[in-house]
Design a binder for this molecule. Structure first.
Ligand code: ZN
Length: 282
């Protein structure tokens, strides 16, 4: 719409230009106007087509129930085929990890202004620029964190009530996700301003004049499980560097309900480990 309006303004301005009134000029001016109108029609059609095309791109639904459930993701769109035939998929059951002297995750997270979105699949908090973590010696910028109820990863086959995913990207576009398992227990003050601004319906991202700080959300003990997996949502792209902290955090039942009432069950079932190693930091 914006593009169309700008275009129409531009055309009106061109047509409104005052010209000298001799006949030769009028003819030329008529040709010019005709040319401008023709170009405009073509441009508007082009933009409209672009927008329609764009809308169609976003019409492919996926979800967690019915015909859009995880078992069917790979059939919904050719781009989603890894959800069906990928061999390094997430989440997995965190069981029998191999002890390893992994480099610890060194984070340099700063507080961020709260920007929150209900994107129809999860509640997501977009993080301001400038926060990063060193994972495997590589610098990954924190982009956003979001939630799943119940947890996606299981530990010895058991789900936690909830899981938080902190999504990071390095300069080459590689993704690293840090997972934090969450149990219903004590009220967690670090979630109060997030919970307060959860939109009950799918909405655009909204800014609030409040601060969110992942440092205060993370547990003190940063031991972690480590493996290579995938996005747990379509397109299920692989090569994701996964770290799931071994220490869980807590939120109250009321806080949990505020997420769960809006998101429902949004966990992808666990995927086979196949020929991968699950490590645990010593
Ligand atoms: Zn996630």
């Amino acid at each position: 719409m914006q593009e169309k309006e700008l275009l129409l303004n531009y055309i009106n301005n061109l047509l409104a230009l005052k010209k000298p009134q001799n006949i030769r000029y009028k003819m030329k001016s008529f040709k010019n106007k005709f040319f401008i109108i023709l170009t405009s029609v073509l441009l508007i059609s082009f933009f409209s087509f672009g927008q329609e095309h764009h809308k169609k791109e976003h019409k492919v639904h996926w979800g967690y129930t019915g015909e859009y459930k995880p078992d069917n993701w790979s059939k919904l769109k050719p781009d989603y085929e890894l959800c069906g035939n990928g061999t390094s998929q997430s989440p997995i059951d965190l069981v029998n990890p191999i002890s390893s002297s992994l480099t610890s995750i060194n984070s340099n997270y700063k507080p961020s202004l709260l920007n929150i979105i209900n994107n129809g699949h999860t509640i997501q908090v977009n993080y301001s620029n400038g926060s990063y973590a060193m994972i495997d010696g590589q610098k990954y910028t924190l982009l956003q964190f979001h939630f799943h109820t119940p947890s996606e990863h299981t530990v010895n086959g058991k789900h936690f009530d909830m899981e938080m995913h902190m999504v990071h990207k390095d300069k080459d576009g590689n993704l690293a996700v840090v997972g934090i398992l969450i149990k219903i227990g004590k009220e967690n003050p670090n979630f109060s301003n997030i919970v307060k601004h959860i939109s009950a319906h799918k909405s655009d991202a909204m800014d609030f004049d409040e601060i969110v700080d992942v440092n205060s959300i993370l547990p003190g003990n940063k031991s972690f499980y480590h493996y290579y997996g995938s996005l747990t949502t379509p397109n299920c792209a692989e090569g994701v560097n996964w770290s799931v902290l071994t220490t869980h955090i807590e939120i109250s039942k009321t806080q949990f309900d505020q997420f769960h009432n809006v998101m429902g069950n949004n966990n992808r079932p666990i995927q086979p480990l196949n020929k991968r190693f699950l490590l645990i930091s010593e």
